[in-house]
Design a binder for this molecule. Structure first.
Ligand code: FAD
Ligand code: DHB
Length: 389
């Protein structure tokens, strides 16, 4: 079978790319290793930058997002019990929208199903071939039968553990990585959120985050050491620990309830360079990972595929390779700035095993500077709500 663009992975990056290309009349097939239900069952990010919302609008999949998403004008930081609100709308005239990654994925899947574009779920043993020439091929096994696609381009949107980046010869790629000695234990509960906006808390016992999915569904995270097991955390133990890490008012008003999901995600910074190898492109988590502190993972995936879609559309409409030639350097410039911001948010808000008294004073000084300097607060606002696409 022949197709214009073969997309590997039906996460937000692959689905959004497919949608943007389909709207421009470019044919795609998405190959996804897992089942549709499995993809929809993964609880991940929750905060959308304004640019991501605009891109989802452009893709024609933002109707429910506008009806159900919660627009937040700011966030709160809580440092050893002292709280401060950063009002992004006042600082720079921008906001963020709270709308779960699961919902973004669901909306994109519905639009794709309605348009008739093909997604092959439970595609096993996907392998990439000949992307250094003009006619790349992708092979996969579905229901025990081997299939082959011939295409013009392959988009590797298959996440950190995917096959796309792993298919690139070692000498053609360079990677940059930092692994943090802790993870986030997250809980989802059908309880009203403790605050109207997100609270990012620094405490000597570790970081905590109070987030939400809707006025009746909360999402909370606490920092745990790497290697911690979810089974060791009963709901009661989680709620007790969360209360210890936030200010007294938040702890006092927190409404707890049974968890409906509980999982641990390890924290990592990672970037691959370059992101184009002949006719193969990497986008989203296949290309980079950020620690979740700055809420950038899903948003970066969106900005990558926004740029990739523009480049491919330019190729098909104008027979120009300028966009695809510039893809890697264009997106890497934005990726590194989001890496810097996510690393910085992680370093000021978490407790590191080797943080000494000097390090703790520096973290406190960062908070005091942000709280008292409008210039520092504007820098936080500009990065959190998203740098220009
Ligand atoms: P993914 O969502 O990973 O999608 C890749 C898809 O490719 C998957 O569906 C996968 O099954 C498929 N795939 C993989 N290998 C193959 C293969 N060989 N063949 C075919 N298909 C394949 N970000 C935040 O901002 N906040 C958070 O709280 C947050 N929590 C997270 C928790 C976890 C456990 C993880 C893993 C990530 C989290 N992130 C978070 C990051 C955010 O969810 C990602 O940045 C975002 O999902 C990236 O989208 P993507 O489409 O690039 O990759
Ligand atoms: C959520 C996750 C984040 O990483 C973040 O910075 C803010 C919110 C969330 O899942 O709600």
């Amino acid at each position: 079978m022949r197709i214009q663009v073969a997309i590997i992975g039906a996460g937000p990056a692959g689905l959004l790319l497919g949608r943007l290309l389909e709207k421009a009349g470019i044919e795609t097939i998405i190959l996804e290793r897992r089942s549709q239900d499995h993809v929809l069952g993964r609880i991940r990010a929750g905060v959308l930058e304004q640019g991501t919302v605009e891109l989802l609008d452009k893709a024609g999949v933002a109707e429910r997002l506008h009806a159900e998403g919660l627009i937040h004008d700011g966030v709160e930081f809580c440092f050893d019990g002292d709280r401060h609100r950063f009002n992004f709308r006042e600082l720079i005239g921008r906001t963020v929208t709270v709308y779960g990654q699961t919902e973004v994925t669901r909306d994109l899947m519905h639009a794709r199903d309605a348009s008739g574009s093909k997604t092959i779920y439970e595609a096993d043993n996907v392998t990439l071939h000949d992307f250094d020439g003009d006619t790349p091929r992708v092979r996969y096994v579905k229901g025990g039968v081997e299939h082959e696609l011939t295409c013009d381009f392959i988009a590797g949107c298959d996440g950190y553990h995917g096959v796309s980046r792993a298919s690139v010869p070692e000498e053609a790629i360079r990677t940059f990585e930092r692994v943090y000695p802790f993870g986030w234990l997250g809980i989802l509960a059908d309880t009203p959120p403790v605050g109207e906006e997100l609270i990012y808390a620094h405490h000597e016992r570790g970081f905590a985050l109070c987030s939400m999915r809707s006025p009746t569904r909360s999402r909370y995270y606490i920092q745990v050491p790497a290697g911690e097991k979810v089974d060791e955390w009963s709901d009661d133990r989680f709620w007790d620990e969360l209360r210890r890490r936030v200010d007294a008012e938040t702890a006092g008003t927190l409404i707890t309830g049974p968890s409906i999901e509980k999982s641990i995600a390890l924290l990592r910074s990672f970037v691959a360079e370059p992101l184009r190898f002949g006719r193969l492109f990497l986008a989203g988590d296949a290309a980079h990972i950020v620690p979740p502190t700055g809420a950038k993972g899903l948003n970066l995936a969106a900005s990558d595929v926004g740029a990739l879609a523009e480049a491919l559309i330019e190729f098909y409409r104008e027979r120009s390779t300028a966009g695809i030639d510039g893809y890697s350097s264009r997106v890497l410039a934005r990726i590194w700035k989001a890496e810097r911001f996510s690393w910085w948010m992680t370093s000021i808000l978490h407790t590191f095993p080797d943080t000494d008294a000097f390090g703790r004073r520096i973290q406190r000084a960062e908070f005091d500077y942000l709280r008292t300097s409008p210039a520092a607060a504007r820098s936080l606002a500009e990065n959190y709500t998203g740098l220009p696409f």
